[in-house]
Ligand binder design. Structure first.
Ligand SMILES: *Cc1c(COP(=O)(O)O)cnc(C)c1O
Length: 463
């Protein structure tokens, strides 16, 4: 199984190399050269399978010979053993024809655990075999960082540094990053915004002496292995609702487009998905782009669904690559326009190709709160603000004849203030992490300065 870059000029890689490199050298993102197919019989055979077994069968063809069947199966088992629900991704009913896919039963209570827990295992196995070690640096607005620290804590093959904006993540998110005591994980609070953290991370990747010196690696959402892990729950949910003999639609609270792109891959593999609905908050660049064809960045407006507060939706590049018939030069040109002029226009043909699969909608701040309250009062569900954006958009758009599955991307207890403001109920943390507020924190403060951050990392990595 080969992986090619969306900009067309980086070397073609196998699964292992694509996973370990993250971003392609031409600035593009890796995608599979061809998408493996699952027949109706293959999909039917998933009825009654465990989540782990489904994961093995869905992901196996993408992994090539990077791992043996036995090893890959064991890594999947280990990845999901720490989840707080036996079904891993349970489906609950909200209304006739509308279902909620609960993706928040992992160790840090957001869907990012599905990919990050697996990637931790895959990195450890591949790097140990190669006799190598890497330094993972990530920037986070909260959920990615906690998921990465939780996934890599105590592993031998990687030292992990997570940069987060000081004072700008929720207390639950901060404590999930600062309380693990293992020596290989470090939460670094920098002075500035999320954009500053992300900019310093990019600077580190562009400082080749530093990059090579510490063997820098990335696990942000553009890493193909993360997308792949998320394909699995589209299968498990659709099969529960009758696939391959009944089509299903999905609504996905979207920021960087990684999660919904995984749904698109599931569809390309043969899963009968009718519509994939992009749900955005007030930072609605994707909804505007799907409506008008104009993809144009604007200032980020902080919202009560902060994990979707983005300006540039990185994984959208992967969808554009297919919409432009896999023309890497055309995608490269759009990305240059984005960089130099803050936006680009999607061609009529490409827009039509995107609309064949994707719909879109947005929820304002007031609508998000209103739907947290409404779902609590009429559906018996406490939703996190991101999931409420999804439920609102799904209710606006859905065709009653096709079951709709909305992805619940985080546990309400991860965003207790917004939930309490809307419902009067303060959601409790699950039992297994009820002592989070009693655990000791380890915080490193750092200035928003490249040289200082590089020195800090060099001093702390294990040699
Ligand atoms: C990351 C995140 C999202 C957005 O997912 P993308 O893959 O970036 O589109 C939505 N909700 C929550 C809770 C998240 O953590």
């Amino acid at each position: 199984m080969n992986y090619v870059s969306t900009r067309g000029t980086a070397p073609v890689l196998d699964f292992e190399a694509a996973m370990l490199s993250g971003l392609a050298r031409d600035g593009g993102l890796y995608v599979p050269e061809t998408v493996p197919q699952m027949s109706a019989a293959d999909i039917r055979a998933l009825h009654g399978a465990s989540y782990e077994d489904t994961a093995f069968r869905v992901m196996r063809p993408f992994v090539g010979d990077t791992f043996s069947d036995d090893t890959f199966g064991e890594l999947i088992e280990k990845a999901y053993a720490g989840f707080g629900h036996g079904a891993r991704a349970p489906l609950v009913q909200l209304a006739p024809g509308h279902f909620l896919l609960e993706l928040f039963h992992g160790p840090t209570l957001a869907f990012k655990d599905f990919a990050m827990q697996l990637i931790g295992q895959l990195f450890e196995e591949a790097l140990t075999r190669r006799g190598e070690r890497v330094t993972i640096v990530g920037a986070t607005s909260g959920d990615t960082g906690s998921a990465a620290i939780e996934a890599f804590r105590g592993l031998d093959a990687a030292d992990v540094f997570i940069l987060y904006p000081h004072g700008r993540v929720s207390e639950v998110q901060r404590r999930q990053m600062t309380t693990p005591a293992e020596a290989n994980v470090h939460a670094v609070a920098i002075d500035g915004h999320f954009d500053d953290a992300q900019a310093r991370l990019k600077d580190m990747f562009n400082d080749f002496a530093f990059r090579d010196g510490v063997r820098l690696a990335g696990v942000n959402s553009i890493n193909w292995a993360r997308v792949l892990a998320q394909v699995v729950y589209y299968f498990s949910a659709a099969v529960s609702l009758g696939a391959p003999d009944r089509a299903v639609s999905f609504t996905v609270p979207t920021g960087n487009f990684g999660d919904i792109f995984a749904g698109y891959i599931a569809k390309r593999m043969g899963l009968p998905i009718d519509r994939l609905v992009i749900a955005t908050n007030q930072n609605d660049i994707l909804h505007r782009a799907m409506s008008s064809g104009d993809y144009r960045t604007d200032a980020v407006a902080p919202s009560i669904s902060p994990s979707m507060d983005i300006q540039v939706s990185s994984n959208f590049e992967r969808a554009l690559f297919d919409a432009y018939d896999r023309d890497g030069a055309a995608v490269g040109q759009l990305m240059d326009e984005l960089k130099s002029g803050g936006g680009f226009h999607v061609s009529q043909g490409a827009l039509q190709a995107l609309r064949e699969h994707f719909d879109s909608g947005r929820a304002s701040e007031a609508e998000t709160s209103e739907w947290i309250a409404r779902a609590h009062a009429t559906m018996g569900e406490l939703l996190c603000p991101h999931s409420a954006v999804g439920v609102k958009v799904a209710e606006d758009i859905r065709d009653p004849a096709v079951p709709m599955v909305t992805l619940a991307t985080a546990h309400p207890a991860k965003f207790p203030d917004a939930v309490e403001a809307a419902t009067g109920v303060r959601p409790a943390l699950p039992e297994r992490m009820a002592d989070l507020f009693d655990r000791e924190e380890r915080i490193t403060r750092a200035p928003n300065d490249l040289a200082a951050l590089e020195t800090l990392i060099q001093e702390r990595i294990r040699t």
